[in-house]
Design a protein around this ligand. Structure first.
Ligand code: PLP
Length: 459
């Protein structure tokens, strides 16, 4: 027993951070410019104004270390933030490890994941600039749900292109979005020229995040009152998520602890950035001396963008309509196998996460889906919360680090991001529990083909 030691720390509403942290204010080298998809020249805010509101574009390029969170956004956050930071005492006991394990639980948001942190902020800036409609994509449905709720709070119509395979597998996610008033369309669809072109070639195309992004961007470009919102990857999304890490640092201080190892799963990079960038900032500013926090991004073995991809300029979508970003990529044509962590099936990565990895400030590793479900089930049976399959990748890495501490007889403080609950992922759990889940090997030969289609950037 841990006696009277606290199991969780919940900050008071008044202690919620009032500014986001921008890692671009501390990075030793400036990020590569974002390029226009047509000209391959650096894109200006005016180029991107067709799809994003101006305030979001300013954040995308800002190097201010802190950016204020608007009061109206803070007020909405207070419905579920600050989120709890738990000490995983029962998991530690089961592992018999000297390590201390903590988790930041973002599944308490109404939509069930961290995605609400940026959805509310993006809807707010859109509303201020007169946007009537927002288009977006969703894979497993977490981002689409978060934006649907934010749209209903700000009275903006949301249209969600949902990857067709998930649309069929996750009817309750779709219904959740529809309850919040969004229109949900299986992608590829007949609503866009790109969708129609794909369906003409293959009526059974099951879709991908890259395809759904192309459809959403195509519609947004056609109307002045319509914008597009992305749930990950971009700098402003990473910025909005840093409230997670800023709260965590305060909460750990109250526990009387400091993180040695900080872990987030990695799809497009937003929750990893959210938890880890404030720690990367401390490292870069030299505030921790030699005792730097190790930040680890965990991705699926079958979609290993950071660990097997190339650091190069590539499109964020499949059709080549989005700006071109310098990032780790598997190639925009890469079709990941149908793993159950739908939110981690993306060919690219946040340019900021990519640059920090490339320059050696953070680490990345990949795990197979069966060991991550094993970790999820151990976590559920000890800590009680049933994690999303995406979050389970971070749990796997946290457990592995705790077991390493046991082997080496050292105690480290490990913090991971529990990005969401898995209540809509029970069919995936069913497959795991009945022994029907399989691990996918990474198709190396597919990679050489998809990397061949990277855009050629001169200079
Ligand atoms: C619960 C959950 N965690 C993590 C992710 C990964 O996204 P990101 O890398 O942007 O945090 C997703 C994506 O949909 C998700 O739904």
């Amino acid at each position: 027993m841990t006696g009277s030691k606290p199991r969780k720390i919940i900050l008071a509403e008044k202690d919620m951070p009032t500014a986001w942290y921008n890692v671009m204010g501390d990075m030793p080298n400036p990020p590569a410019p974002i390029l226009h998809p047509g000209t391959h020249q650096p894109a200006t805010p005016a180029d991107m104004a067709a799809i994003f509101p101006m305030e979001i574009l300013k954040q995308e390029m800002s190097t201010d270390r802190y950016i204020d969170i608007p009061e109206e956004v803070q007020d909405i956050f207070k419905a579920w933030r600050p989120t709890p930071l738990y000490r995983a005492t029962q998991l530690e006991k089961a592992l018999d490890t000297p390590a201390k394990i903590y988790y930041k639980y973002e599944g308490v948001s109404p939509s069930g994941s961290h995605k609400s942190n940026t959805a509310v902020a993006q809807a707010y800036y859109n509303k201020k600039e007169g946007t009537k409609y927002i288009t977006t994509e969703t894979g497993a449905g977490q981002w689409g749900s978060a934006l649907s709720l934010a749209g209903s709070l700000f009275d903006i119509d949301i249209k969600v292109f949902m990857v067709k395979v998930s649309y069929g597998q996750k009817p309750y996610r779709r219904l959740m979005m529809e309850t919040w008033g969004a229109k949900v369309i299986p992608s590829p669809s007949m609503e866009t020229a790109y969708g129609r072109s794909l369906l003409a070639k293959d009526p059974d195309n099951q879709g991908s995040l890259g395809i759904a992004i192309s459809e959403a961007v195509e519609l947004a470009m056609q109307r002045d009152d319509t914008k597009y919102a992305l749930g990950s990857v971009l700098n402003h999304v990473a910025l909005h998520q840093t409230i997670i890490g800023l709260e965590t640092i305060k909460q750990l201080e109250i526990f009387g602890d400091q993180a040695d190892i900080v872990i987030g799963c990695h799809g497009g990079g937003s929750n990893f950035a959210g938890l880890c960038f404030p720690y990367v900032g401390q490292n870069l500013r030299g505030e921790r001396g030699q005792n730097k926090a190790r930040c680890i991004a965990v991705e699926p073995y079958s979609c290993p963008t950071l660990t097997k991809g190339t650091y190069a300029f590539d499109f964020g979508d499949t059709a080549g309509m989005t700006p071109i970003m310098k990032m780790y990529t598997l190639g925009h044509d890469f079709m990941p196998p149908g793993i159950h962590a739908g939110g981690l099936r993306y060919h690219g990565a946040s340019p900021l996460v990519s640059q920090l990895l490339h320059e050696g400030h953070i680490e990345a590793r990949s795990v197979h889906q069966i060991p991550s479900f094993e970790a999820a089930v151990l976590f559920a049976r000890t800590e009680g919360i049933l994690p999303a399959p995406e979050s389970s990748h971070a749990i796997r890495a946290a457990i592995d680090e705790a077991l390493k501490c046991k082997e080496e007889g050292v105690s480290k403080t490990i913090v991971f991001n529990l990005t969401g609950h898995g209540h809509f992922d029970m069919s995936s759990y069913e497959r795991y529990l009945s022994g029907q889940l399989e691990d996918f090997e990474f198709p190396d030969d597919a990679l050489s083909e998809t990397l061949a289609s990277l855009p050629e950037i001169k200079g």
